[in-house]
Design a protein around this ligand. Structure first.
Ligand SMILES: Cc1cc2nc3c(=O)[nH]c(=O)nc-3n(C[C@H](O)[C@H](O)[C@H](O)COP(=O)(O)OP(=O)(O)OC[C@H]3O[C@@H](n4cnc5c(N)ncnc54)[C@H](O)[C@@H]3O)c2cc1C
Length: 174
């Protein structure tokens, strides 16, 4: 849907291609792809992942473990290997999203307070992509469900039939 909308606006989308290096000159920059193809561009916007800031965070000799990628190891209750020490949010290897960090913190605090708590169900995390038109997803994909042997019913609701989208004049997408 996003690709179709971009294409309609004259944007070329290339998926699964790797920019190998850039060659800047006074006016332009060229992106050089793995196969040697060069693409002249005005601007390069990098949107890459983040990593946890855990260097030097944990003193030697504690039970808190940090994995090879820098994430603090926790179980489904956000407990580290050290009794009474929890880790949540971007520091642990779960989706690096604010609402995920919140849910994990609530889980940790509830346990500290001795309240009833339930592990976070990461399969239900909502994801949003702030492009135009916006994209979002949650839960299994149709293919993922089929692979898991779950029968699916597919329904598409174009925004053209949505009154708010019509009022805003943004009827692209479904
Ligand atoms: C550009 C950008 C856009 C984002 N957009 C979204 C979005 O649209 N939706 C969404 O859900 N998520 C978004 N995120 C992700 C979201 O911001 C993080 O997942 C969330 O803030 C993680 O919360 P946190 O408490 O784990 O870490 P943080 O919010 O990073 O908080 C950690 C805090 O600890 C402090 N700190 C670090 N080291 C130490 C130390 N040694 N001692 C004391 N304090 C320390 C830091 O200064 C910071 O204040 C975005 C992130 C970025 C960078």
């Amino acid at each position: 849907m996003i690709v179709r909308s971009f294409t309609k606006r004259g944007i070329t989308v290339r998926n699964r291609c790797h920019g190998h290096r850039t060659e800047p000159d006074a006016d332009h920059t060229a992106v050089v792809f793995e196969d040697g193809e060069k693409l002249e561009v005005e601007t390069i916007l990098m949107s890459v992942g983040r990593r946890p800031l855990s260097d030097g965070l944990v003193a030697e000799g504690t039970g808190v473990e940090i994995d090879e990628r820098g994430y603090v190891r926790v179980d489904e209750w956000m407990r580290t290997g050290e009794a009474g020490v929890f880790a949540v949010g971007d520091l642990v290897a779960t989706p690096q999203l604010a609402h995920v960090g919140f849910a994990e913190a609530i889980l940790a605090v509830k346990q500290i307070l001795g309240e009833r708590a339930f592990p976070v169900d990461y399969g239900k995390v909502p994801w949003a992509i702030y492009c135009h038109p916006r994209g979002c997803f949650r839960g299994m994909t149709e293919q993922g469900a089929a692979d898991a042997g779950i029968e699916t019913v597919t329904k598409r609701d174009p925004f053209g039939g949505n009154s708010r989208a019509r009022i805003l004049g943004e009827t692209d997408g479904s």
